[in-house]
Design a protein around this ligand. Structure first.
Ligand SMILES: NC(=O)C1=CN([C@@H]2O[C@H](COP(=O)(O)OP(=O)(O)OC[C@H]3O[C@@H](n4cnc5c(N)ncnc54)[C@H](O)[C@@H]3O)[C@@H](O)[C@H]2O)C=CC1
Ligand SMILES: O=C(CO)COP(=O)(O)O
Length: 345
């Protein structure tokens, strides 16, 4: 049944706004089956991409599929999704979401699906709350999240994602468009749960990178991941997310991927901190966003206000922003009083 759905799926117009690693990978994967335009804000970089048919800065070695359209003209990118059955994907970091959405206000848009993972640094808002603040309730929107390294998706390797939206028609549209080939798409109505899992796992990947970089061993790594999941669950449930969401692709799945996979930028931040490198140097060498950095600060503040206990997140924020040394961070976590293992709010 699913096989025939894949074969007969209609070709849709898709625009991906944001030409970093993830936006490029998603555009490349969807261009195998749809009419896709990738938009980036840097005119020179987009012209070079159109010429070389590869995103040299973010995904070198992965040539674009023949049909993928490239543009740095915002009006052209929006005109590409003028039909109501099109899909508009925002693929910038959380910090860029508000300005990108503000640009969208001048255009009629069919919907908006965002790929960013984190809480906004200054406001502590989740992406869907930013979307509501900027665009209001009239635009159908949703978060597409899950364990998905851009490099693997760009190579066409299998990957499973979840579309979270309270709008049933939008969920169906995303599944009809994105599900197929080597991409599986599950649906969820739990926007808060999906977004909290995707945001906090990045902070925990920094923690695991620190532990691995200090040579603390596989037992410590498993403990951090498991107790990290307890932190995600405590915060997410307090914000209204559903407990089972944290056990799914966008919770445990993405947490395992990012904490253990060396392709993770956030994990690499932790590995760098363990080597004693300064954060500025690590971020500069990375050349990509590491969402766990701003997110650690936003989550520490939010959890503090809500009275949610998040010792691993707080320890990471201490190293990132207060000058705490990684070994001292570990010692502080180990010195905590024993407690019941059950997740308590
Ligand atoms: N790279 C990955 O494997 C995955 C990344 N994500 C998430 O997707 C988001 C983007 O990540 P990447 O593409 O990997 O980051 P990246 O660091 O590779 O690229 C970020 C891109 O966003 C652009 N950008 C920033 N602000 C913008 C704005 N206001 N308007 C338009 N473009 C803007 C930059 O110019 C750059 O091209 C992040 O929230 C990340 O957590 C999610 C799943 C997988
Ligand atoms: O979100 C991701 C994989 O699902 C990417 O993680 P990093 O941003 O740590 O590379």
């Amino acid at each position: 049944m699913q096989e025939s759905t894949k074969q007969t799926a209609a070709v849709r117009q898709v625009t991906v706004l944001g030409a970093g690693a993830w936006g490029t990978a998603v555009a490349m994967a969807l261009a195998q089956r749809h009419d896709v335009m990738l938009w980036g804000r840097n005119g020179a970089a987009m012209a070079a991409m159109a010429e070389a048919r590869v995103n040299q800065d973010y995904l070198p070695d992965q040539p674009f599929p023949a049909g993928l359209k490239i543009s740095s003209d915002f009006a052209t990118a929006l005109a590409h999704v003028a039909r109501p059955d099109s899909l508009l994907i925002a693929a910038c970091p959380v910090a860029g979401l508000r300005p990108l959405l503000a640009q969208l206000k001048a255009y009629p848009i069919p919907n908006v699906v965002w790929l960013c993972k984190g809480f906004e640094y200054d406001t502590g808002l989740l992406p869907h709350q930013i979307v509501r603040e900027v665009l209001g309730d009239s635009v159908a929107g949703g978060a597409l999240s899950g364990p998905s390294f851009a490099q693997e998706v760009a190579r066409g390797l299998p990957c499973a994602l979840t579309i979270a939206s309270t709008d049933a028609a939008l969920r169906e549209r995303v599944v009809a468009t994105v599900h197929g080939g080597n991409l599986r798409v599950y649906s969820s109505t739990d926007l808060v749960g999906v977004e909290v899992g995707g945001a906090v796992k990045n902070v925990l990947a920094i923690a695991t990178g620190v532990a691995d970089g200090l040579g603390l061993g596989l037992n410590a790594r498993a403990a951090l991941i498991t107790r990290g999941l307890a932190e995600i669950t405590r915060l997410g449930a307090t914000l209204g997310g559903q407990t089972e969401t944290f056990m799914g692709l966008t919770g445990m799945g993405d947490l395992i991927l990012t904490c253990t996979g060396d392709l993770s930028r956030n994990r690499r931040v932790g590995l760098g901190l363990a080597q004693g490198k300064a954060l500025e140097q690590i971020v500069q060498e990375l050349g990509h966003v590491a969402e766990g950095v701003p997110c650690a600060k936003a989550v520490r503040e939010l959890a503090g206000k809500l009275g949610v206990e998040m010792p691993i997140t707080n320890a990471v924020a201490g190293v990132l922003f207060d000058g705490d040394q990684p070994p001292a961070m570990v010692a502080r976590l180990l010195a905590r009083d024993p407690r019941d293992e059950a997740v308590q709010r």
